[in-house]
Design a protein around this ligand. Structure first.
Ligand code: SF4
Length: 364
């Protein structure tokens, strides 16, 4: 049983937290003994919608996250060859995360993939698995875009303070794709204020109490979205266009900014979620000899690439210039190469472009 400050879910008020962010890691592959029912990796999602459930289909992003976490832990444990099989930029991303961890800790961690339990007066309230721990510092590797993981970090910080009888803790989020570190120092009070309301809301949701599901940025990863009325309700503004096109007045949608916003949200959901998954299912059906009326699979020529050694031969015979004529250079990738520091004036910026994007939190 842990010691020190004990707080029960629902006791503390939520503070507005500047930090924090989905944990892109396959749930079934969480190191250190699987997930607790109240897993801190779900806290950022429950902070938005307490009815969120992790999807059982990990997807490519989550599988990549699991691979990178495994490599990070192995390198931290002394197996430098663990990154050898990683494709593309993944090996360099892990190398960067390892180097940052050593720099931030001032040396090697005392433990990797460390289970961090937190106990309240009734027993183990939750546990999570931190990627690396050194004293009261925690480093956690994140793949994908920079998101708000403050609630998860608060849970880890609270657990390490409890384990070590410490008055504070520091968490470092290592966003290896963006090569960015987000560090935050926590007091116990701050961590309790961030964690306990989320646990209370989650328990209410499981007992059918409290507010209902609230669509948020995590719906796409939620295992409940196919049966969630709040999620499905978002496509209602586009339903009339499909179900009763004769009665649908598109000009009325265009004339009303409120309706236009909801219609665009519905279209985005139909296109980016329902259409993608319907296409995957249609490919399965047709691929196994079935029929989906109006649809077929068209075979296209595969992407061409040069066989090993051909590039060397071309450069040898024709020099680099011929390649420059045929290739484009990724400036962000070039900037990440060791020893490359582009000076002002060496990069020419094109005209800025505009894109229509959804505001965080949608139209609410
Ligand atoms: S799909 Fe429903 S339950 Fe899941 S996060 Fe979205 S609103 Fe919440």
């Amino acid at each position: 049983m842990g010691r020190g400050r004990k707080a029960r879910a629902g006791v503390a008020a939520t503070g507005a937290l500047p930090l924090g962010q989905p944990d892109i890691k396959a749930p079934a592959a969480e190191p250190g003994g699987g997930h607790h029912d109240l897993s801190p990796s779900a806290f950022p999602k429950w902070a938005e919608c307490a009815h969120y459930e992790p999807s059982r289909e990990p997807g490519e992003e989550a599988e990549r996250g699991t691979r990178l976490h495994a490599a990070y832990a192995a390198v931290m444990g002394g197996d430098k060859g663990a990154i050898d099989g990683l494709p593309g930029d993944d090996g360099r991303a892990v190398e960067w995360a390892v180097a940052e961890t050593l720099r931030l800790f001032g040396g090697p961690p005392e433990s990797v993939e460390r289970k961090l339990p937190y106990y309240d007066s009734e027993g183990e309230l939750y546990f999570g698995t931190a990627d690396a721990v050194c004293g009261e510092q925690i480093a956690d590797l994140k793949t994908g875009q920079i998101r708000d993981y403050a609630a998860q970090m608060a849970a880890y910080a609270l657990a390490i303070m409890d384990i070590k009888w410490a008055r504070g803790a520091t968490t470092h989020l290592l966003f290896c794709d963006g090569r960015e570190v987000v560090t935050r120092e926590w007091t116990a009070e701050e961590a309790i204020a961030a964690v306990m309301p989320i646990i209370a809301a989650r328990r209410d949701a499981l007992e059918g109490k409290g507010p209902g599901p609230r669509p948020c940025e995590y719906c796409g990863w939620c295992g409940r979205r196919d049966t969630c009325p709040a999620y499905a309700a978002q496509i209602a503004p586009a339903e009339a266009a499909i179900v009763s096109p004769e009665a649908f007045e598109f000009s009325a949608v265009l004339a009303d900014p409120e309706r236009l916003g909801r219609f665009l949200t519905a279209c985005r959901l139909l296109r980016c979620d329902y259409e993608e998954r319907a296409q995957a299912r249609a490919r399965e059906v047709i691929g196994s000899g079935g029929r989906v009326p109006g649809w077929t699979i068209q075979r296209r020529k595969g992407r061409e690439s040069l066989a090993p050694g051909v590039l060397d031969d071309i450069i040898h015979r024709h020099g680099w210039r011929v390649l420059i004529e045929c290739a484009s250079v990724s400036i962000p990738k070039l900037r990440k190469q060791p020893g490359i520091a582009l000076e002002p004036g060496q990069v020419i910026e094109g005209e800025p472009t505009e894109a229509l994007v959804e505001e965080k939190g949608g139209a609410a």
